[in-house]
Design a protein around this ligand. Sequence first.
Ligand SMILES: *Cc1c(COP(=O)(O)O)cnc(C)c1O
Length: 395
Amino acid sequence: MAKLKPETQLVHLGRNPIYTQKGVNPVIQRTSSVIFNTLEEKQHAIHNRSNSVLFYGRRGTQTHFAFQEAMTELECGAGTTLYPSGAAAINNAILSFITSGDHILVTGSAYDPTQNFCDKILSKFNIETDYFDPLIGAGIADLIRPNTRIIFLEAPSSITMEIHDLPTIVQAIRQKAPDIIIMIDNTWAAGVLLKPLLLGIDISIQSATKYINGHSDAMLGVAIANKRCIETLRENSYLLGQTADPDTVYMAGRGLHTLATRLKQHESNGLAVAYWLEQRPEVEQVFHPALPSCPGHQFFIRDFSGSNGLFSFQLKSRLSKDQFENFLNHLTQFKMGYSWGGYESLILGYQKEDLLSMRQYDYQPNDGTFFRIHVGLEHPQDLIDDLTLAFERIQ
Ligand SMILES: *Cc1c(COP(=O)(O)O)cnc(C)c1O
């Protein structure tokens, strides 16, 4: 189905008749034990357990297989592993490929818990992490050591939104050390707006909690690997006991069918709010990948097929404690909350010191108060009106 347009592909994904059993959607199969009628059947299951053949609940059921096949096709991979959260997907994918004494390179702008996993967990097992500037480009090669095993990317960066020059980074790594496993946190693109495996990246990881599920009511992680990595990823994740429950997996698969349409509306609403913010006298800079003011915008234009509702903006001045509270506490559409990718708008505010505590590279922000927003599916005018009142409250 590779030639179909994304909207059409997403309507069909995960609906193999083997799993839908004459219905429109795949069945929800809840089971731990799988019953084998003959010894031969059991042997067959053992040999094909990583090949969509029922073996044991922890290896997945028909519901899991349907969603895994959908994600593999969406991200142009060789196979998909599932995890109870996006954080579990990231951490287990990393654990699947490292040994004590290894070194890993992680973008200094990675999702905060990814950095914490490296600093607080990997460090206990004699695995050293170095961080790099997301705009490093070919300079990544200079940081590679003989024991560097994984390079972990994320595009755009969490919160600060820089966009890597992915083809240049991948080429520089491959020229110097072809065996390094390159992973990317592809949550922002939702597997639709960027196809990392087609750029030579080995493993694309997502929090399906965000746009894929899309309704802020489930936690799920996915990792899609290419041919050279899938067996190691699958076997190690299994040994680490990773699994996801079939009801959640079903919901994520359901979310895929409306993903393209939702993303387009998030994109259009997001751009409407971003263009409006650019004109506000209080705003210093809008960090939206589709706007030239976003660092790495030229790479976004080249490598991504579109944007969504998640971006950031910075004010010219630092808000006082009272102003900060007045801005955030009385919004009626933008709710304060972690996560994003649901139908609703969200906002988080950061002062300079908050940003500095999350960046592990030479990041030098201005003093202006910073906001990360997720623009939901409300009418953009209502969102603009909400922010207009917030700006009036800080005059
Ligand atoms: C939310 C998020 C995660 C973690 O996903 P959970 O499902 O919340 O564990 C990882 N990476 C990025 C970029 C995220 O936004």
